[in-house]
Design a protein around this ligand. Structure first.
Ligand SMILES: Cc1cc2nc3c(=O)[nH]c(=O)nc-3n(C[C@H](O)[C@H](O)[C@H](O)COP(=O)(O)OP(=O)(O)OC[C@H]3O[C@@H](n4cnc5c(N)ncnc54)[C@H](O)[C@@H]3O)c2cc1C
Length: 498
Protein backbone atom coordinates (compact mmCIF):
# COMPACT_ATOMS: atom_id res chain seq x y z
CA UNK A 1 0.00 0.00 0.00
CA UNK A 2 1.44 3.40 -1.03
CA UNK A 3 1.43 6.41 1.30
CA UNK A 4 -0.11 9.49 -0.34
CA UNK A 5 0.17 12.88 1.38
CA UNK A 6 -2.35 15.51 0.37
CA UNK A 7 -1.58 19.16 1.13
CA UNK A 8 -4.80 21.05 1.88
CA UNK A 9 -8.38 20.10 2.68
CA UNK A 10 -10.42 22.24 0.27
CA UNK A 11 -12.77 20.68 -2.29
CA UNK A 12 -9.92 19.53 -4.54
CA UNK A 13 -7.83 18.09 -1.69
CA UNK A 14 -10.76 16.15 -0.22
CA UNK A 15 -11.82 14.90 -3.66
CA UNK A 16 -8.26 13.78 -4.46
CA UNK A 17 -8.08 12.06 -1.06
CA UNK A 18 -11.27 10.06 -1.73
CA UNK A 19 -10.13 8.90 -5.18
CA UNK A 20 -6.58 8.09 -4.03
CA UNK A 21 -7.95 6.06 -1.11
CA UNK A 22 -10.38 4.24 -3.41
CA UNK A 23 -7.39 3.26 -5.59
CA UNK A 24 -5.93 1.43 -2.59
CA UNK A 25 -3.51 4.01 -1.19
CA UNK A 26 -3.01 4.97 2.44
CA UNK A 27 -3.99 8.64 2.34
CA UNK A 28 -3.34 11.45 4.81
CA UNK A 29 -4.58 15.02 4.37
CA UNK A 30 -2.56 17.82 6.00
CA UNK A 31 -4.35 21.14 6.45
CA UNK A 32 -2.67 24.26 7.80
CA UNK A 33 -5.85 25.73 9.30
CA UNK A 34 -7.68 24.53 12.40
CA UNK A 35 -10.76 23.61 10.32
CA UNK A 36 -11.15 21.86 6.98
CA UNK A 37 -12.75 23.16 3.77
CA UNK A 38 -10.20 25.69 2.55
CA UNK A 39 -11.98 28.61 0.91
CA UNK A 40 -15.23 26.80 1.74
CA UNK A 41 -14.69 26.89 5.53
CA UNK A 42 -17.41 28.21 7.82
CA UNK A 43 -17.69 29.77 11.26
CA UNK A 44 -20.48 30.34 13.75
CA UNK A 45 -20.90 33.50 15.86
CA UNK A 46 -23.88 34.54 18.02
CA UNK A 47 -26.03 31.85 16.45
CA UNK A 48 -25.20 32.89 12.85
CA UNK A 49 -23.49 30.25 10.69
CA UNK A 50 -21.44 31.83 7.89
CA UNK A 51 -20.12 29.90 4.91
CA UNK A 52 -16.91 31.82 4.31
CA UNK A 53 -16.60 31.27 0.54
CA UNK A 54 -18.74 29.52 -2.06
CA UNK A 55 -22.49 29.95 -1.84
CA UNK A 56 -23.77 29.09 -5.35
CA UNK A 57 -24.38 25.38 -5.80
CA UNK A 58 -24.46 24.97 -9.57
CA UNK A 59 -23.97 21.82 -11.70
CA UNK A 60 -25.57 19.38 -9.27
CA UNK A 61 -24.72 16.65 -11.79
CA UNK A 62 -20.99 17.09 -11.04
CA UNK A 63 -21.51 16.71 -7.28
CA UNK A 64 -23.76 13.70 -7.84
CA UNK A 65 -21.20 12.11 -10.14
CA UNK A 66 -18.54 12.61 -7.47
CA UNK A 67 -20.55 10.71 -4.86
CA UNK A 68 -21.71 8.12 -7.43
CA UNK A 69 -18.05 7.27 -8.12
CA UNK A 70 -18.08 5.86 -4.57
CA UNK A 71 -21.50 4.16 -4.92
CA UNK A 72 -23.05 6.96 -2.87
CA UNK A 73 -25.35 9.85 -3.57
CA UNK A 74 -25.21 13.50 -2.42
CA UNK A 75 -28.41 12.83 -0.49
CA UNK A 76 -26.55 10.32 1.68
CA UNK A 77 -24.67 13.31 3.11
CA UNK A 78 -26.90 16.41 2.79
CA UNK A 79 -30.32 17.55 1.68
CA UNK A 80 -30.41 19.55 -1.54
CA UNK A 81 -33.23 21.99 -2.39
CA UNK A 82 -33.74 23.91 -5.62
CA UNK A 83 -34.10 27.67 -5.14
CA UNK A 84 -37.03 29.45 -6.79
CA UNK A 85 -36.30 32.14 -7.74
CA UNK A 86 -32.78 30.99 -8.39
CA UNK A 87 -31.56 34.54 -7.91
CA UNK A 88 -32.55 38.18 -8.14
CA UNK A 89 -30.87 41.13 -9.84
CA UNK A 90 -31.25 44.77 -8.81
CA UNK A 91 -30.74 47.39 -11.53
CA UNK A 92 -30.40 51.15 -11.28
CA UNK A 93 -33.54 52.29 -13.08
CA UNK A 94 -35.67 49.17 -13.29
CA UNK A 95 -37.61 46.84 -11.02
CA UNK A 96 -35.64 43.86 -9.66
CA UNK A 97 -35.45 40.90 -12.01
CA UNK A 98 -36.23 37.51 -10.49
CA UNK A 99 -34.90 34.41 -12.26
CA UNK A 100 -37.49 31.66 -11.90
CA UNK A 101 -36.48 28.03 -11.60
CA UNK A 102 -38.88 26.90 -14.36
CA UNK A 103 -37.71 27.60 -17.89
CA UNK A 104 -41.24 28.32 -19.16
CA UNK A 105 -41.52 31.14 -16.62
CA UNK A 106 -38.06 32.40 -17.55
CA UNK A 107 -39.09 32.62 -21.22
CA UNK A 108 -42.10 34.77 -20.17
CA UNK A 109 -39.81 36.98 -18.08
CA UNK A 110 -37.50 37.53 -21.07
CA UNK A 111 -40.38 38.23 -23.44
CA UNK A 112 -41.75 40.90 -21.09
CA UNK A 113 -38.40 42.70 -21.22
CA UNK A 114 -37.60 42.35 -24.93
CA UNK A 115 -40.02 41.21 -27.64
CA UNK A 116 -38.77 38.04 -29.34
CA UNK A 117 -36.21 37.27 -26.64
CA UNK A 118 -38.03 34.14 -25.40
CA UNK A 119 -37.29 32.46 -28.74
CA UNK A 120 -33.74 33.81 -28.63
CA UNK A 121 -33.27 32.38 -25.14
CA UNK A 122 -34.42 28.97 -26.35
CA UNK A 123 -31.84 29.07 -29.14
CA UNK A 124 -29.14 30.38 -26.80
CA UNK A 125 -29.74 27.66 -24.24
CA UNK A 126 -29.84 24.95 -26.90
CA UNK A 127 -26.39 26.07 -28.01
CA UNK A 128 -25.21 26.39 -24.38
CA UNK A 129 -26.48 22.86 -23.66
CA UNK A 130 -24.34 21.58 -26.54
CA UNK A 131 -21.32 23.42 -25.14
CA UNK A 132 -21.98 21.99 -21.70
CA UNK A 133 -22.11 18.50 -23.19
CA UNK A 134 -18.88 19.01 -25.17
CA UNK A 135 -17.17 20.74 -22.25
CA UNK A 136 -18.07 18.00 -19.79
CA UNK A 137 -17.42 15.13 -22.18
CA UNK A 138 -14.33 16.28 -24.06
CA UNK A 139 -12.60 19.02 -22.08
CA UNK A 140 -12.89 19.18 -18.31
CA UNK A 141 -12.02 15.56 -17.62
CA UNK A 142 -8.70 15.77 -19.44
CA UNK A 143 -5.46 16.27 -17.45
CA UNK A 144 -4.32 18.84 -20.02
CA UNK A 145 -0.82 17.39 -20.34
CA UNK A 146 -0.65 17.43 -24.11
CA UNK A 147 -2.61 18.71 -27.13
CA UNK A 148 -2.72 15.06 -28.23
CA UNK A 149 -5.52 14.50 -25.68
CA UNK A 150 -7.79 16.56 -27.92
CA UNK A 151 -6.60 15.16 -31.29
CA UNK A 152 -9.62 13.06 -32.09
CA UNK A 153 -11.90 14.00 -34.96
CA UNK A 154 -15.08 14.01 -32.88
CA UNK A 155 -13.44 15.96 -30.03
CA UNK A 156 -11.95 18.58 -32.37
CA UNK A 157 -15.21 18.89 -34.27
CA UNK A 158 -17.08 19.37 -30.98
CA UNK A 159 -14.58 21.97 -29.74
CA UNK A 160 -14.66 23.94 -32.99
CA UNK A 161 -18.44 24.18 -32.76
CA UNK A 162 -18.22 25.80 -29.32
CA UNK A 163 -17.11 29.22 -30.66
CA UNK A 164 -13.74 28.98 -28.96
CA UNK A 165 -12.50 32.12 -30.69
CA UNK A 166 -15.58 34.28 -30.13
CA UNK A 167 -15.97 36.15 -26.85
CA UNK A 168 -18.91 35.65 -24.51
CA UNK A 169 -19.66 39.33 -24.79
CA UNK A 170 -20.02 39.18 -28.58
CA UNK A 171 -21.94 35.93 -28.44
CA UNK A 172 -24.51 37.20 -25.93
CA UNK A 173 -25.08 40.38 -27.94
CA UNK A 174 -25.91 38.34 -31.01
CA UNK A 175 -28.99 37.10 -29.17
CA UNK A 176 -30.10 39.94 -26.86
CA UNK A 177 -30.22 43.74 -26.99
CA UNK A 178 -31.76 44.83 -23.71
CA UNK A 179 -28.92 45.71 -21.36
CA UNK A 180 -30.57 43.87 -18.44
CA UNK A 181 -30.71 40.62 -20.39
CA UNK A 182 -27.14 41.11 -21.59
CA UNK A 183 -25.96 41.59 -18.00
CA UNK A 184 -27.94 38.60 -16.79
CA UNK A 185 -26.40 36.40 -19.47
CA UNK A 186 -22.90 37.73 -18.83
CA UNK A 187 -23.10 37.36 -15.08
CA UNK A 188 -22.29 33.60 -14.78
CA UNK A 189 -19.05 34.29 -16.63
CA UNK A 190 -17.84 36.48 -13.78
CA UNK A 191 -17.30 33.21 -11.89
CA UNK A 192 -14.54 32.48 -14.38
CA UNK A 193 -12.53 35.47 -13.34
CA UNK A 194 -12.31 37.76 -16.37
CA UNK A 195 -14.37 40.21 -18.37
CA UNK A 196 -16.93 38.63 -20.74
CA UNK A 197 -15.05 40.18 -23.67
CA UNK A 198 -11.99 38.09 -22.71
CA UNK A 199 -13.67 34.73 -22.08
CA UNK A 200 -14.32 32.32 -24.99
CA UNK A 201 -17.98 31.78 -25.82
CA UNK A 202 -17.43 28.10 -25.01
CA UNK A 203 -18.05 29.16 -21.42
CA UNK A 204 -21.65 30.14 -22.06
CA UNK A 205 -22.01 26.54 -20.94
CA UNK A 206 -22.21 28.32 -17.56
CA UNK A 207 -25.55 29.83 -18.64
CA UNK A 208 -26.88 26.35 -19.24
CA UNK A 209 -25.69 25.44 -15.74
CA UNK A 210 -27.23 28.56 -14.17
CA UNK A 211 -30.53 28.75 -16.03
CA UNK A 212 -31.34 25.22 -17.19
CA UNK A 213 -29.82 23.04 -14.45
CA UNK A 214 -30.87 25.51 -11.74
CA UNK A 215 -29.51 27.00 -8.55
CA UNK A 216 -29.49 24.60 -5.61
CA UNK A 217 -28.74 24.83 -1.92
CA UNK A 218 -27.49 22.19 0.52
CA UNK A 219 -29.52 22.67 3.72
CA UNK A 220 -27.17 23.71 6.51
CA UNK A 221 -24.97 25.54 4.00
CA UNK A 222 -22.06 24.69 1.70
CA UNK A 223 -20.19 23.49 4.79
CA UNK A 224 -22.46 20.41 4.65
CA UNK A 225 -20.86 19.42 1.35
CA UNK A 226 -17.39 19.70 2.88
CA UNK A 227 -18.56 17.74 5.93
CA UNK A 228 -20.09 15.06 3.64
CA UNK A 229 -16.87 14.73 1.66
CA UNK A 230 -14.81 14.50 4.84
CA UNK A 231 -17.14 11.75 6.14
CA UNK A 232 -16.79 9.88 2.86
CA UNK A 233 -13.01 10.30 2.96
CA UNK A 234 -12.88 8.90 6.48
CA UNK A 235 -15.14 6.02 5.46
CA UNK A 236 -12.52 5.26 2.80
CA UNK A 237 -9.80 5.24 5.45
CA UNK A 238 -8.34 8.74 4.89
CA UNK A 239 -6.77 10.44 7.90
CA UNK A 240 -7.31 14.20 8.10
CA UNK A 241 -4.89 16.33 10.13
CA UNK A 242 -5.62 19.99 10.90
CA UNK A 243 -3.18 22.61 12.25
CA UNK A 244 -0.68 20.83 10.01
CA UNK A 245 1.02 23.40 7.76
CA UNK A 246 3.42 21.73 5.35
CA UNK A 247 6.70 23.66 5.50
CA UNK A 248 8.84 21.82 2.96
CA UNK A 249 8.70 19.04 0.37
CA UNK A 250 11.88 16.99 0.40
CA UNK A 251 12.93 15.89 -3.12
CA UNK A 252 15.66 13.50 -4.10
CA UNK A 253 16.25 11.60 -7.36
CA UNK A 254 13.11 13.09 -9.00
CA UNK A 255 10.97 11.83 -6.13
CA UNK A 256 9.15 13.67 -3.34
CA UNK A 257 10.36 11.57 -0.43
CA UNK A 258 8.71 13.35 2.46
CA UNK A 259 7.17 16.50 3.87
CA UNK A 260 8.02 18.57 6.93
CA UNK A 261 5.17 19.59 9.25
CA UNK A 262 5.59 21.44 12.55
CA UNK A 263 9.22 20.34 12.63
CA UNK A 264 8.37 16.64 12.02
CA UNK A 265 9.38 14.75 8.88
CA UNK A 266 6.77 12.47 7.30
CA UNK A 267 7.85 9.91 4.72
CA UNK A 268 5.57 9.56 1.70
CA UNK A 269 5.41 7.79 -1.67
CA UNK A 270 3.50 10.56 -3.45
CA UNK A 271 2.32 14.09 -2.82
CA UNK A 272 -0.83 15.75 -4.14
CA UNK A 273 -0.63 19.49 -3.51
CA UNK A 274 -3.99 21.25 -3.36
CA UNK A 275 -2.79 24.43 -1.65
CA UNK A 276 -2.32 27.40 -3.98
CA UNK A 277 0.08 26.33 -6.75
CA UNK A 278 2.29 29.43 -6.45
CA UNK A 279 2.78 28.86 -2.69
CA UNK A 280 3.57 25.16 -3.12
CA UNK A 281 6.21 25.89 -5.73
CA UNK A 282 7.75 29.07 -4.37
CA UNK A 283 7.64 28.26 -0.65
CA UNK A 284 7.84 24.47 -0.33
CA UNK A 285 10.19 23.46 -3.18
CA UNK A 286 13.80 24.25 -4.02
CA UNK A 287 14.07 26.44 -7.18
CA UNK A 288 15.36 23.55 -9.36
CA UNK A 289 12.19 21.54 -8.65
CA UNK A 290 9.69 24.24 -9.64
CA UNK A 291 7.65 24.22 -12.84
CA UNK A 292 7.37 28.00 -13.03
CA UNK A 293 9.22 31.17 -12.13
CA UNK A 294 7.97 34.19 -10.21
CA UNK A 295 7.76 36.08 -13.55
CA UNK A 296 5.45 33.39 -14.95
CA UNK A 297 2.96 33.94 -12.13
CA UNK A 298 3.24 37.69 -12.41
CA UNK A 299 2.17 37.54 -16.07
CA UNK A 300 -0.90 35.35 -15.44
CA UNK A 301 -4.40 36.76 -15.39
CA UNK A 302 -5.77 36.08 -11.94
CA UNK A 303 -9.43 36.00 -11.07
CA UNK A 304 -10.49 38.70 -8.63
CA UNK A 305 -10.00 38.80 -4.93
CA UNK A 306 -12.87 40.15 -2.86
CA UNK A 307 -13.89 42.24 0.08
CA UNK A 308 -16.40 40.29 2.14
CA UNK A 309 -18.66 41.16 5.05
CA UNK A 310 -20.31 38.52 7.22
CA UNK A 311 -23.27 40.29 8.81
CA UNK A 312 -25.87 39.26 11.40
CA UNK A 313 -29.15 41.23 11.43
CA UNK A 314 -31.59 40.92 14.33
CA UNK A 315 -34.73 41.03 12.18
CA UNK A 316 -35.98 39.73 8.82
CA UNK A 317 -34.96 41.95 5.89
CA UNK A 318 -37.63 42.79 3.32
CA UNK A 319 -36.98 42.47 -0.41
CA UNK A 320 -33.99 40.14 -0.37
CA UNK A 321 -33.95 36.67 -1.90
CA UNK A 322 -31.41 33.95 -1.13
CA UNK A 323 -29.03 35.19 -3.90
CA UNK A 324 -29.05 38.90 -4.82
CA UNK A 325 -26.91 40.68 -7.39
CA UNK A 326 -26.63 44.45 -7.17
CA UNK A 327 -26.04 45.51 -10.76
CA UNK A 328 -27.13 49.06 -10.01
CA UNK A 329 -23.75 50.56 -10.92
CA UNK A 330 -21.59 50.72 -14.04
CA UNK A 331 -20.56 47.13 -14.91
CA UNK A 332 -17.87 48.25 -17.42
CA UNK A 333 -16.29 50.70 -15.01
CA UNK A 334 -16.09 48.17 -12.17
CA UNK A 335 -14.65 45.49 -14.50
CA UNK A 336 -11.95 47.93 -15.63
CA UNK A 337 -11.06 48.69 -12.01
CA UNK A 338 -10.67 44.97 -11.31
CA UNK A 339 -8.84 43.83 -14.44
CA UNK A 340 -7.18 46.84 -16.03
CA UNK A 341 -6.45 49.72 -13.65
CA UNK A 342 -6.41 47.37 -10.62
CA UNK A 343 -7.65 49.96 -8.16
CA UNK A 344 -10.32 50.13 -5.49
CA UNK A 345 -13.67 50.54 -7.26
CA UNK A 346 -15.47 53.85 -7.20
CA UNK A 347 -18.97 52.47 -7.27
CA UNK A 348 -18.81 48.65 -7.22
CA UNK A 349 -21.28 46.00 -8.20
CA UNK A 350 -21.74 43.51 -5.39
CA UNK A 351 -23.51 40.33 -4.34
CA UNK A 352 -25.53 39.55 -1.22
CA UNK A 353 -26.29 36.02 -0.08
CA UNK A 354 -29.03 35.64 2.49
CA UNK A 355 -29.23 31.89 3.16
CA UNK A 356 -31.54 32.43 6.16
CA UNK A 357 -34.30 33.07 3.56
CA UNK A 358 -34.15 29.32 2.82
CA UNK A 359 -32.61 27.79 5.91
CA UNK A 360 -33.69 28.54 9.50
CA UNK A 361 -30.63 26.76 10.89
CA UNK A 362 -28.16 29.44 9.78
CA UNK A 363 -29.47 32.34 11.90
CA UNK A 364 -31.33 32.72 15.19
CA UNK A 365 -35.16 32.71 14.86
CA UNK A 366 -36.52 35.80 13.14
CA UNK A 367 -33.02 37.02 12.23
CA UNK A 368 -31.01 37.18 9.02
CA UNK A 369 -27.55 36.07 7.95
CA UNK A 370 -25.96 38.20 5.18
CA UNK A 371 -22.81 37.54 3.18
CA UNK A 372 -21.78 40.57 1.11
CA UNK A 373 -19.15 40.19 -1.62
CA UNK A 374 -17.45 42.99 -3.58
CA UNK A 375 -15.06 41.71 -6.30
CA UNK A 376 -11.75 43.62 -6.31
CA UNK A 377 -8.38 43.38 -8.05
CA UNK A 378 -6.05 40.74 -6.59
CA UNK A 379 -2.98 42.17 -4.88
CA UNK A 380 -4.65 45.50 -4.11
CA UNK A 381 -3.64 47.21 -0.85
CA UNK A 382 -6.00 45.99 1.87
CA UNK A 383 -6.37 48.60 4.63
CA UNK A 384 -8.81 49.02 7.57
CA UNK A 385 -9.90 52.35 6.02
CA UNK A 386 -10.99 50.65 2.78
CA UNK A 387 -12.85 47.89 4.62
CA UNK A 388 -14.68 50.58 6.61
CA UNK A 389 -15.39 52.76 3.61
CA UNK A 390 -17.44 50.31 1.57
CA UNK A 391 -19.65 48.87 4.29
CA UNK A 392 -21.96 51.91 4.76
CA UNK A 393 -22.04 52.42 0.98
CA UNK A 394 -23.27 48.92 0.14
CA UNK A 395 -25.62 48.91 3.11
CA UNK A 396 -27.26 52.12 1.87
CA UNK A 397 -27.78 50.57 -1.56
CA UNK A 398 -29.30 47.41 -0.08
CA UNK A 399 -31.60 49.53 2.11
CA UNK A 400 -32.63 51.67 -0.86
CA UNK A 401 -33.52 48.73 -3.10
CA UNK A 402 -35.18 46.68 -0.36
CA UNK A 403 -36.98 49.60 1.27
CA UNK A 404 -35.93 48.44 4.71
CA UNK A 405 -33.73 49.71 7.52
CA UNK A 406 -30.83 47.38 8.21
CA UNK A 407 -28.06 49.55 9.70
CA UNK A 408 -29.73 49.86 13.10
CA UNK A 409 -30.32 46.12 13.32
CA UNK A 410 -26.80 44.85 12.75
CA UNK A 411 -25.66 42.72 15.68
CA UNK A 412 -22.60 41.13 14.08
CA UNK A 413 -20.19 42.28 11.35
CA UNK A 414 -16.83 40.90 10.28
CA UNK A 415 -14.85 41.82 7.18
CA UNK A 416 -12.52 39.55 5.20
CA UNK A 417 -10.18 40.67 2.42
CA UNK A 418 -6.87 40.24 0.56
CA UNK A 419 -4.68 39.98 3.67
CA UNK A 420 -6.90 37.23 5.09
CA UNK A 421 -6.73 35.21 1.84
CA UNK A 422 -2.95 35.43 1.99
CA UNK A 423 -2.61 34.51 5.65
CA UNK A 424 -5.34 31.85 5.74
CA UNK A 425 -4.73 30.08 2.40
CA UNK A 426 -1.30 31.26 1.22
CA UNK A 427 -3.18 32.76 -1.73
CA UNK A 428 -1.04 34.47 -4.36
CA UNK A 429 -1.95 38.19 -4.28
CA UNK A 430 -4.87 37.21 -2.07
CA UNK A 431 -6.79 35.79 -5.03
CA UNK A 432 -10.20 34.32 -4.22
CA UNK A 433 -10.97 32.19 -7.28
CA UNK A 434 -7.61 31.24 -8.76
CA UNK A 435 -6.74 31.79 -12.41
CA UNK A 436 -9.14 33.29 -14.91
CA UNK A 437 -10.43 30.97 -17.65
CA UNK A 438 -9.19 33.04 -20.58
CA UNK A 439 -8.36 31.22 -23.84
CA UNK A 440 -4.63 31.46 -23.06
CA UNK A 441 -5.23 29.90 -19.67
CA UNK A 442 -7.43 26.99 -20.70
CA UNK A 443 -6.69 23.24 -20.73
CA UNK A 444 -3.06 22.53 -21.80
CA UNK A 445 -2.25 26.21 -21.26
CA UNK A 446 -3.06 26.10 -17.54
CA UNK A 447 -0.31 25.48 -14.95
CA UNK A 448 0.43 21.79 -15.36
CA UNK A 449 -1.19 19.24 -13.08
CA UNK A 450 2.20 17.46 -12.97
CA UNK A 451 5.51 18.62 -11.66
CA UNK A 452 7.93 18.15 -14.55
CA UNK A 453 10.99 17.65 -12.32
CA UNK A 454 9.44 15.52 -9.59
CA UNK A 455 7.61 12.46 -10.89
CA UNK A 456 5.38 11.80 -7.87
CA UNK A 457 4.33 15.40 -7.16
CA UNK A 458 0.92 16.29 -8.56
CA UNK A 459 -1.00 19.55 -8.28
CA UNK A 460 -4.73 19.96 -7.93
CA UNK A 461 -7.21 22.75 -7.29
CA UNK A 462 -8.47 25.93 -8.81
CA UNK A 463 -5.05 26.99 -10.21
CA UNK A 464 -4.65 23.98 -12.47
CA UNK A 465 -7.05 22.04 -14.71
CA UNK A 466 -9.95 22.39 -15.22
CA UNK A 467 -10.21 25.76 -13.38
CA UNK A 468 -11.89 27.85 -10.70
CA UNK A 469 -15.10 26.96 -8.87
CA UNK A 470 -16.33 24.09 -6.73
CA UNK A 471 -17.39 21.64 -9.50
CA UNK A 472 -14.06 22.05 -11.36
CA UNK A 473 -12.20 21.55 -8.04
CA UNK A 474 -13.99 18.22 -7.54
CA UNK A 475 -13.00 17.14 -11.05
CA UNK A 476 -9.45 18.40 -10.48
CA UNK A 477 -9.12 16.14 -7.43
CA UNK A 478 -10.15 13.16 -9.54
CA UNK A 479 -7.66 14.03 -12.29
CA UNK A 480 -4.85 14.42 -9.75
CA UNK A 481 -5.54 11.09 -8.05
CA UNK A 482 -5.53 9.38 -11.46
CA UNK A 483 -2.05 10.83 -12.08
CA UNK A 484 -0.80 9.24 -8.86
CA UNK A 485 -1.81 5.80 -10.12
CA UNK A 486 -0.19 6.43 -13.49
CA UNK A 487 3.08 7.84 -12.07
CA UNK A 488 3.36 4.92 -9.68
CA UNK A 489 2.96 2.48 -12.57
CA UNK A 490 5.39 4.41 -14.82
CA UNK A 491 8.04 4.76 -12.13
CA UNK A 492 7.84 1.02 -11.49
CA UNK A 493 8.12 0.35 -15.23
CA UNK A 494 11.08 2.76 -15.64
CA UNK A 495 12.88 1.22 -12.66
CA UNK A 496 12.45 -2.30 -14.04
CA UNK A 497 13.48 -1.33 -17.60
CA UNK A 498 16.56 0.56 -16.37
C1 LIG B 1 -15.50 34.29 -1.41
C2 LIG B 1 -15.56 33.16 -2.41
C3 LIG B 1 -16.76 32.85 -3.01
C4 LIG B 1 -16.83 31.79 -3.91
N1 LIG B 1 -18.04 31.47 -4.45
C5 LIG B 1 -18.15 30.36 -5.19
C6 LIG B 1 -19.44 29.86 -5.53
O1 LIG B 1 -20.45 30.44 -5.13
N2 LIG B 1 -19.52 28.71 -6.27
C7 LIG B 1 -18.39 28.05 -6.70
O2 LIG B 1 -18.51 27.01 -7.37
N3 LIG B 1 -17.16 28.50 -6.37
C8 LIG B 1 -17.01 29.60 -5.60
N4 LIG B 1 -15.79 30.02 -5.19
C9 LIG B 1 -14.60 29.30 -5.67
C10 LIG B 1 -14.40 28.02 -4.88
O3 LIG B 1 -14.63 28.24 -3.52
C11 LIG B 1 -12.99 27.53 -5.08
O4 LIG B 1 -12.72 27.41 -6.47
C12 LIG B 1 -12.72 26.18 -4.43
O5 LIG B 1 -13.25 26.13 -3.14
C13 LIG B 1 -11.21 25.97 -4.43
O6 LIG B 1 -10.90 24.76 -3.83
P1 LIG B 1 -9.39 24.29 -3.77
O7 LIG B 1 -9.39 22.96 -3.13
O8 LIG B 1 -8.75 24.42 -5.09
O9 LIG B 1 -8.61 25.37 -2.86
P2 LIG B 1 -8.78 25.79 -1.35
O10 LIG B 1 -10.19 25.75 -0.92
O11 LIG B 1 -8.07 27.07 -1.17
O12 LIG B 1 -7.99 24.64 -0.56
C14 LIG B 1 -6.60 24.64 -0.43
C15 LIG B 1 -6.25 24.31 1.00
O13 LIG B 1 -4.84 24.18 1.14
C16 LIG B 1 -4.48 24.69 2.41
N5 LIG B 1 -3.05 25.00 2.41
C17 LIG B 1 -2.40 25.98 1.74
N6 LIG B 1 -1.08 25.93 2.00
C18 LIG B 1 -0.89 24.88 2.83
C19 LIG B 1 0.26 24.31 3.44
N7 LIG B 1 1.50 24.79 3.25
N8 LIG B 1 0.09 23.24 4.27
C20 LIG B 1 -1.14 22.71 4.49
N9 LIG B 1 -2.27 23.22 3.93
C21 LIG B 1 -2.14 24.28 3.10
C22 LIG B 1 -5.37 25.90 2.56
O14 LIG B 1 -5.46 26.30 3.92
C23 LIG B 1 -6.68 25.37 2.01
O15 LIG B 1 -7.44 24.77 3.03
C24 LIG B 1 -15.67 31.06 -4.25
C25 LIG B 1 -14.46 31.37 -3.65
C26 LIG B 1 -14.40 32.40 -2.73
C27 LIG B 1 -13.10 32.70 -2.05
Amino acid sequence: MKEVAIIGSGFSGLAAACYAAQAGNKVSVYEKNATIGGRARHFTEQGFMFDMGPSWYWMPDVFEQFFRDFDKSAKDYYQLVQLDPGFQIFFKDHAPLQIPAKLEELYDTFERIEAGSAKQLQLFLKDAAYKYQVGMRDLVHKPGLSFREYMRYDVLKGIMQTHLFRSVSKHVRQYFKDERLVQLMEFPILFLGAMPKDIPALYTLMNYAALSLGTWYPMGGMQKVIAGMATLAEELGVQIHTNAAVEYIHVSDRQAKGIAINGNYIVTDSVIASGDYHHIEQSLLEPQHRNYSEQYWDKKTFAPSCLLYYVGVNKKVKGLQHHNLFFDADFEQHSKEIYETKEWPDDPLFYVCCPSKTDRSVAPDGQENLFILIPIAPGIEDTPEMRERYFPEVLKRIEKHCGDNIAEHIVYNKSYCVKDFVSDYNAYKGNAYGLANTLRQTAVLKPSIKNKQVDNLIYTGQLTVPGPGVPPSLISGKLAAAQISSTTKRHFYETVVR
